[in-house]
Design a binder for this molecule. Sequence first.
Ligand SMILES: [Zn+2]
Length: 166
Amino acid sequence: MNYCESPHQKTLVLSHSEIIISMRYNLIKCSCGFSFGSTKSQNNYCTKCGSTSNLKYIETFDNADQLSRAISFANIPDEISHELISKIKQKESKVQTNRTNNDNILGGLSILKKATDKEGNLTKSSLDKFLSEEGLDNSSSEYLIGQAEVQGLLIRINENTWNWLS
Ligand SMILES: [Zn+2]
């Protein structure tokens, strides 16, 4: 029997492509709390506890990528998702702290700008002089210049002189 030429083979090929077209990526949740994916619409079983009943279809996706993301998200234990949320909150409050630091740096920046001469040169000695004139002796000129350097605002052109990049 020649399978390649048989009409039976053609039918098989057709039904195979039909399966691909109709393939769905289902997110299924078991009553044990575990979520898993399946491309089958029936005869599924929980890959964690093996249960074949109490399976609930949550959502259907178009591709395996979306499904796998949904599965990992669905299986994040509650305590970890709480941890994630608190980490995100911590990060947000850190951003606010950074904003406050930036305000301090901006305050320092205006001092640096004022200590800059007409040619746009900022020298450590002119900054020291300016700081003492303003009664800001406690502010370190090295620190202020260093901060502006780190921010990419100043570039050192020689041992005692910096130029503005912005
Ligand atoms: Zn289960």
